[in-house]
Ligand binder design. Sequence first.
Ligand code: MRU
Length: 351
Amino acid sequence: MAEFKSKIKTIEWENTYTKMVDQTKFPDKFEYVNITTGQQMYDAIKTMIVRGAPAIGIAGADGVVLYAQELAKQDLTFEKFKEELIKKSDYLVTSRPTAVNLYWAVEKQKEIIKDCKSNKEDLIKKLCENAKKLELEDIEINKKIGDNGATVVPKGAAILTHCNAGALATVGYGTALGVVRSAYANDPTIHVFADETRPRQQGARITTLELVMDGIPVTLITDGMCSYFMKKGMIDMVVVGADRIAANGDAANKIGTYTVAIAAKYHNIPFYVAAPLSTIDTSIKSGDEIVIEERNHEEVTVINGKRICPEGVNIINPGFDVTPHELITGIITEKGIARPDYKKSIAELFE
Ligand code: MRU
């Protein structure tokens, strides 16, 4: 088995605050930042100091604890304390709308708040324990996703991925890059193609960084190049992460994923989505119901502090798109790989 050097832990609850990798500094610096208040956590999620669906889920769970610690310093009755904490939790979720993991983890904390009948100290302890539990479980879940996914990776495969669904998008190990890590551990002849992923360049700045740190061979390409390499027979499969998967298998992921899926279908290349069950939102029937985050227009107009287009041009900047389930070969989860018919196979994952 290959030994991975990086063992990155992206986000970690440290008794009273959260320590996280600051992902806005890549690739120049690999720095940690301490998040000590609920508002700081909201801002860290919104400004993408922490990003990636599972990682922002854990950030949300930690954020609820931070708010609880702050509210405990005010002179509130237990009932009023709980009421205010629920309001802060709901506010936290508005930091980013597309990834369901944030909502999922904060809802788990809200259930604890609602059920608690004892006192503030006991409630904070329970919230703290739950945040830590979700954090530790995330790595284990990713390893299972990785091992399940490795079973569909052909020997010596060239694997294309879009955005970053790696250790840095989760607590550690990653979902799509978890599949790569598990496959590489058994077969060091595999190779990754990483899409640059405009406008935030998660592929160029984060995926390549992780893989280089682990010694896994990676080639960086720009987003428009994928069909070129597919046509040349240089891509054997695609594995991406997801931010929200509907009950019918439609999967929201970083903008540009849909284009990759169409190109893969045209070239008859398997297209897999790797995600934990917490990314599957069975409350929505299809991807049409997924709210797509519209991001700051400067992400498109400015590169490295320099404006790249004239003033007066119109800009639209959706952060995500939805890949229709017809284009997805399989959804790799910790409980196995769901395949079409997704309505049936996804429902079975939750039995
Ligand atoms: O905007 P980001 O960087 O948070 O988007 C991340 C992605 O789209 C990932 O592919 C997705 O969250 C899955 S992470 C395991």
